[in-house]
Design a protein around this ligand. Structure first.
Ligand code: FAD
Ligand code: SF4
Ligand code: SF4
Length: 499
């Protein structure tokens, strides 16, 4: 589809007009830099986009990317860098981008991040790099901060689309072998850095497709598969091998990889794919889904193609989504796209407390999803055939802050009502899959089932076995998982260099 709120051509033209007024980046005075308007990417029309899987937000145009980078003040203390979990040198890449040197800018990013096209799209920037940006602070509005993620994404997309995306060079072969379990961002980052050091790397993935949550969880309209494929092609070009449909712990025990198959080290990046449920009455009714199952059916099993597949998505006209994180946002927006006329998000706290990326919440609202804050289902109601017909909803007020620092929801006694629906999607969080810990004697896990690792090296209780990402942190973010994979790779490379 091609209907935009503002088209790329229109935005490029406006940004070029600004560039003509300020042709020289180096001479641009601070005061004028501060007044440059924030650049917003071309975004699809909300009514039309809610009926298809097309990516909602496109890349900034080239002139927009230069203009946005020129909004950066090159702060000496660069507070943005400490907000990025992998400490990308943001002023350096912004400086190159502001000069129109896109290759130099991308090279600066790639020193710290393997996945800029992905992180630029999905990082919760308003809580990370952009949170402390001086520009946002001085305008007292975090959303006016320099669009670090948008420029980062532009650079990665530009390189991919102009054929300038190169696989990193690898050191001469060492003869050592590393097994990576799981192909999410933690596994991919670990694999890339171990391969760079010259080790042979094999990624073992339980599913038939690679990419972890980036593939089966985050929908195409937010993160297109072609972007993930490009990153995987880079790894393949480096010589990383992939084994799909291989469930470590079932197809082969983890320790056999080390003790019988000749691997010198292993990294476990198996994520947090086990959905949590609410345990309210009615959760067993037909039409109740864990968000992970719902999204996997849609994204990975071909559900978005309609009834032509063996595992179609449940056809809903009135859907309720429980939760307030990114998973809930993906589920509610997917339900709209798959034909639901009314979609309600029930969240026990207020909008301020929602953990989802602000942009996803805004996009869901634009697409017609109805948010009911300070409300939650306390019972799912069924008809005489055992199918969902609605829910009993409890209203809440906010009380004192809890351990997470957010004000806790307190039920208002007796304040309940019934809502009609034919589907309920539960998106209240995910826990770790117990398979590897259950089948690997001596692998220490905490009471939540997360693998315990040594700080700084991500080494587990078993010599030669490392772990990182959601399986260690609990459900977290792409960039944190990637950072963990890189940290483990550094420790693996140091250990293998010892001989
Ligand atoms: P995963 O991405 O979960 O990958 C783990 C991989 O290991 C999977 O492919 C799995 O199949 C495989 N595996 C599991 N067990 C085995 C086994 N025994 N043998 C072999 N392979 C195995 N984060 C953000 O930063 N921004 C977002 O907008 C965002 N949105 C999200 C939306 C959804 C719907 C979900 C579910 C998560 C979202 N996240 C988001 C969180 C983010 O995707 C995760 O934190 C991140 O993917 C974790 O990376 P990982 O590598 O640890 O694990
Ligand atoms: Fe910001 Fe994420 Fe990029 Fe770091 S990786 S600079 S947090 S968008
Ligand atoms: Fe640029 Fe903002 Fe970082 Fe300052 S804090 S260097 S203005 S991105």
């Amino acid at each position: 589809m091609t209907s935009y709120i503002h088209s790329p051509e229109e935005l490029e033209l406006a940004a070029r007009g600004l560039l003509d007024k300020h042709p020289n980046n180096a001479d641009l005075p601070m005061k004028e830099r501060m007044q440059l308007p924030k650049q917003y990417p071309p975004t699809l029309d909300p009514v039309e986009r809610a009926t298809c899987q097309d990516e909602v937000e496109k890349s900034l145009t080239p002139a927009q990317a230069v203009m946005e980078a020129r909004r950066c003040l090159q702060c000496k203390n660069h507070p943005c860098v400490s907000g990025c979990p992998v400490n990308i040198d943001i002023p350096e890449f912004m400086h190159h981008a502001a000069e129109g040197d896109f290759e130099g800018a991308l090279a600066a990013i790639r020193k710290s991040s393997l996945l800029p096209a992905i992180c630029g799209r999905v990082c919760p920037q308003e809580r990370q790099c952009q949170r402390n940006c001086t520009v946002g602070k001085s305008k007292k509005d975090v959303f006016q901060a320099v669009g670090i993620g948008k420029v980062e994404r532009f650079l990665a997309d530009w390189a991919r689309e102009s054929g300038k995306s190169k696989a990193p060079e690898t050191a001469p072969e060492t003869g050592k072998r590393v097994a990576v379990v799981g192909s999410g961002p933690a596994g991919l980052a670990c694999a890339a850095d171990c391969r760079r050091a010259g080790h042979k790397v094999t990624i073992f993935e339980a599913l038939h497709k690679l990419g972890g949550v980036m593939r089966y969880g985050i929908p195409e309209f937010r993160l297109p598969n072609k972007v993930i494929d490009a990153e995987l092609e880079n790894l393949a070009a480096m010589g990383v091998e992939f084994r799909t449909n291989f469930v470590v712990g079932r197809t082969r025990p983890l320790l056999d990889l080390l003790e019988k198959d000749g691997f010198d080290a292993a990294f476990v990046g198996t994520g947090a794919g086990l959905p949590l449920f609410t345990n309210i009455p009615g959760e067993g009714l037909v039409g109740v889904f864990a968000a992970n199952e719902y999204l996997t059916r849609a994204n990975l099993m071909g559900g978005i193609a309609g009834d032509a597949v063996d595992t179609p998505v449940f056809p809903s006209k009135k859907a309720i989504v429980l939760g307030g994180g990114n998973v809930a946002m993906d589920a509610c927006r997917m339900a709209k796209r798959l034909g639901a006329e009314q979609v309600y998000v029930l969240y026990r706290r207020g909008r301020e407390e929602m953990p989802a990326r602000a942009e996803e919440v805004a996009h869901a609202m634009e697409e017609g999803v109805e948010f009911r804050f300070l409300e939650n289902a306390i019972e799912i109601l069924g008809d005489d055939k055992g199918r969902v017909r609605g829910a009993v909803v409890q209203r809440y007020q906010l009380g004192e802050p809890d351990a997470s620092g957010r004000r806790s929801p307190v039920p208002i006694e007796g304040d309940t009502y019934e809502i009609e629906a034919d589907m309920v999607v539960v998106a209240i969080g995910n826990g770790s899959n117990p398979l590897i810990t259950a089948t690997t004697p001596g692998l220490e896990a905490n009471r939540r089932g997360n693998i315990v690792v040594e700080e700084g090296t991500n080494k587990t209780s078993i010599d030669g076995v490392y772990a990182g990402g959601d399986i260690v942190l609990g459900a977290a973010t792409v960039i944190l998982a990637m950072g963990e994979g890189k940290r483990a790779a550094k420790a693996i490379n140091a250990k293998l260099a010892e001989g």
